[in-house]
Design a protein. Structure first.
Length: 436
């Protein structure tokens, strides 16, 4: 369930009197701040001035055209298409055009809540008693009232975004918590997402757009995977930190009153050494660093979190909470959890569904175990170019990672920036790429 203090912002786009309007009350009950838009012009105007975390659109409206308009103006908002009795070709066209998913109408309350949770993923508190975790949390909370930029480090799935939210909640800032995932956006989109733009700044910029830095005024701007920032964007961000002002593309100066928090998985010092990250920008964020320990180093927290995730999963599935038995907890405690807390949550949720309300047993748990690598068969690769093999490997890895650029990059042993450049090349050549 989303944190009620930070409501998810949704735009419901559909003609008045249609079924999608009935979803507004369900969305508000599920913790969303809902804006109703009669047409695409109204929705685009709202996005330019206020932004949004999610758009739901009735496919009775030309969804592919709306998605093209979003891309032309460099919006990076997920779009959920829906319809009642809509022809199959409309649903297919919406997904092919880039919609996040398609769901039939009338919507159920649980489906609305699931859509919001998928975008928000806002747990209420950091759970754990491990000394290294408590030390990191204490330090983060102690730094919360300060205005300096903060860098949160840790492995994939260790809870960096939750730590950033916790710092924001403890800072007593009145403004919003705004997150930008630097690894999922190409350079042009990222520039507009952060700094906004003015009408006419580039083809497709038909009106002024407020950037996420402006949206975060009086609150916190969280830059997820700051190491993926392109060089030009790094320079603009450094200007922002040094002078407390920023610039829209071609536009006026703007006051910058947002607290900046960044996260990164890799070693930024190594990226500085390689020349892919600015030393002066790292110095700004490196003044205050909060390092989160991996789950495998947190001892009894694995059992504590497993029970918590089992309870949450059972409540979501409206079934009895049978807990987790000792054999299952022992199995979980012996796993190394390369995906950390996020992997544990997914594993326990799946096990709870298999258990169906009884105590989760070891037999219900499916782990991603690491085995000795087998020799890769190469017969099927003979006759193909290196470029073709590389493309297939990257695209299949990204698909297995459900579009997560950071995880796929880590598996492939390449930087997120290299991954992003490769994907842009594939898309320009017409190959379908899994969305973030």
């Amino acid at each position: 369930m989303p944190d009620e203090t930070i409501p998810i912002r949704m735009i419901l786009l559909g003609p008045p009197g249609t079924e999608i309007r009935h979803a507004a009350e369900m969305a508000r009950d599920s913790g969303a701040d809902v804006t109703l838009a009669d047409d695409t012009a109204h929705a685009l105007a709202t996005l330019r001035e206020h932004g949004s975390d999610l758009v739901m659109i009735d496919v009775a409206i030309d969804t592919p055209a709306f998605l093209r308009a979003l891309r032309a103006e460099r919006f990076a908002v997920p779009v959920l298409a829906c319809g009642i009795g809509a022809p199959a070709e409309r649903a297919v066209a919406a997904v092919r055009a880039g919609a996040w998913d398609y769901v039939p109408l009338p919507l159920e309350r649980a489906l609305i809540a699931a859509a919001i949770a998928a975008v928000a993923r806002r747990p209420a508190a950091i759970i754990g008693e491990a000394p290294a975790l408590r030390q990191a949390v204490r330090f983060g909370l102690a730094m919360a009232p300060a205005g300096a930029a903060i860098l949160v480090t840790g492995e994939h799935g260790a809870g960096k975004a939750l730590m950033a939210r916790t710092i924001h909640d403890s800072s007593r800032l009145s403004g919003p918590f705004v997150m930008v995932d630097c690894a999922c956006l190409d350079e042009a989109v990222l520039e507009s997402e952060l700094f906004g733009h003015e009408a006419g700044d580039f083809p497709g910029a038909v009106a002024r757009r407020v950037g996420r830095i402006d949206e975060a005024r009086g609150g916190t701007l969280f830059l997820r995977e700051i190491g993926a920032l392109p060089a030009h964007t790094q320079a603009r961000l450094l200007d922002l930190l040094q002078g407390s002002v920023g610039h829209r593309i071609g536009g006026p100066r703007m006051d910058q009153s947002a607290r900046l928090i960044a996260s990164n998985i890799g070693d930024l010092h190594a990226e500085v050494a390689s020349g892919s990250f600015r030393a002066d920008l790292l110095a700004r964020f490196g003044m205050i660093q909060v390092a989160l320990p991996p789950l495998r180093a947190r001892g009894d927290d694995i059992a504590l979190l497993a029970r918590h995730f089992a309870h949450t999963a059972n409540m979501q599935c409206h079934q009895h909470d049978g807990g987790v038995d000792d054999d299952a907890l022992d199995l979980l405690s012996r796993h190394d959890w390369p995906g950390n807390v996020r992997e544990l949550e997914a594993t326990v949720h799946r096990a709870a569904m298999l258990a169906g309300g009884r105590p989760i047993a070891a037999a219900d748990i499916v782990l991603n175990t690491t085995r000795a690598p087998a020799r890769t068969p190469v017969d099927s690769l003979v006759g193909r170019t290196m470029a073709e093999v590389e493309r297939e490997l990257i695209l299949h890895t990204l698909e297995k990672c459900r579009g997560n650029r950071t995880t796929a990059s880590s598996i492939l042993g390449i930087s997120v920036r290299t991954m992003r450049n490769k994907l842009r090349t594939f898309m320009d050549a017409g190959f379908p790429v899994s969305p973030c």
